[in-house]
Design a protein around this ligand. Structure first.
Ligand SMILES: [Ca+2]
Length: 367
């Protein structure tokens, strides 16, 4: 999943749905891990062994990756269609009114902040080492892991193989880009089985989100293959049980997507109604496009250090339901956070959770 390949957009498009439209169901799917019976999310549908297209894919994959064909056929053949996965991936049937304050309150609460403080204190030296090596602040890494899984508490309860197979071979046809998505998930099966084969593991062991995202940082298999690192140096990568591997891997992901050390994620922005060209400011969406001079000429008003910002900026709009939207000037680092999950609401939650945890640290034992 390099920056140039097709994969990020697919992953982002998928998670945009999860984050913006189906948040409630996605959250429910994640949190179902802790509710008995834990196996409720497991597939009840047909085995893919009965599907000719799936078995042909298995043979082709085994040949291309030089894997044992019988093992691959078994792994794909014993995967089951999961109707819950399919339902969660359906396009939303009604329009949701986005609401930043509601979104924020789901991710930033005393329980998550407290868990963030505990995580930071327990991994202080590793976070500092990741910051030194990759240039990504501890605050951002702590924000990501907290928003994704509350520091490993909710890593998902779907068998990864069932999720990936369901989305590879039965992507909801009601979706406009079902073929592309299905190809993306076939690629994820390929990455996943290659990794599992290499470490001689049982592919039915890992559980993840309904989209097949795994472990404390909810990496897709292709992200794990490309960006995950063995940051505790024990010779293997464990994104479920090694906070160090998780911290290093998140930092590695951000560095690969262009995180710039020392650059703020965003600045406050106001507007000068007398010269405001909102259409022009909103046109590039969250892609940083405007230099400070051009940004302010179109009616955005910046103050202090923002006026010296050297790179391009984007006007980021966060809707607040029926109330007036919130706006910030997003930098290239804000954009990098959206490469983890394609949503400005997600990015802002990560930033604000990280900041809340940092402030709680400062109020408490200190960093
Ligand atoms: Ca390790």
């Amino acid at each position: 999943m390099s920056i140039q390949t097709r994969s990020p957009q697919f992953r982002l498009a998928i998670f945009f749905i999860a984050a913006s439209a189906c948040l409630t169901s996605a959250e429910a799917a994640k949190s179902s891990k802790n509710k008995p019976p834990a196996r409720a999310a497991q597939a009840q549908g047909a085995l893919y062994a009965t599907r000719e297209d799936a078995m042909l894919f298995a043979d082709d994959l085994a040949s291309r990756r030089n894997l044992d064909p019988a093992w691959v056929r078994q792994a794909i053949g014993q995967s089951r269609f999961n109707p819950t996965v399919s339902r969660l991936m359906q396009p939303p049937t009604k329009t949701f009114v986005k609401n930043w304050r509601a979104y924020r309150s789901r991710f930033i609460d005393p329980v998550r902040i407290r868990a963030g403080v505990d995580f930071w204190q327990a991994n202080r030296r590793t976070l500092a080492r990741a910051e030194a090596e990759y240039g990504v602040p501890a605050e951002i890494i702590v924000g990501i892991i907290g928003v994704e899984t509350i520091y490993g508490r909710n890593t998902g309860s779907f068998r990864v193989m069932d999720s990936l197979a369901t989305l590879a071979f039965d992507y909801p046809s009601s979706h406009a880009r079902a073929k592309e998505r299905s190809d993306y998930f076939k690629g994820e099966i390929e990455q996943f089985l290659t990794m599992e084969s290499r470490r001689d593991a049982d592919p039915f062991q890992p559980l993840g989100s309904y989209a097949g995202a795994m472990g404390m940082p909810q990496f897709m298999p292709s992200s794990q293959a490309k960006y995950a690192v063995d940051f505790d140096g024990d010779g293997s990568i464990d994104l479920w049980n090694s906070p160090a591997d998780v911290i290093g891997s998140v930092a590695s992901y951000f560095k690969a997507y262009g995180w710039q050390p020392g650059m703020p994620t965003h600045y406050p922005v106001n507007f000068d109604a007398s010269r405001l060209d909102m259409d022009a400011l909103m046109a590039p969406d969250i892609l940083p496009t405007f230099g400070v001079a051009s940004f302010t000429a179109k009616g955005a008003v910046l103050e202090g250090p923002a006026l010296q910002h050297p790179g391009p900026l984007a006007l980021v709009e966060l809707l607040n339901g029926p109330d007036a939207p919130s706006y910030v000037a997003g930098t290239e680092n804000f954009y990098v956070i959206t490469r983890y999950n394609w949503s400005s609401y997600y990015a802002m939650s990560v930033i604000e959770l990280g900041r809340e945890v940092a402030q709680a640290m400062d109020r408490g034992t200190g960093r």
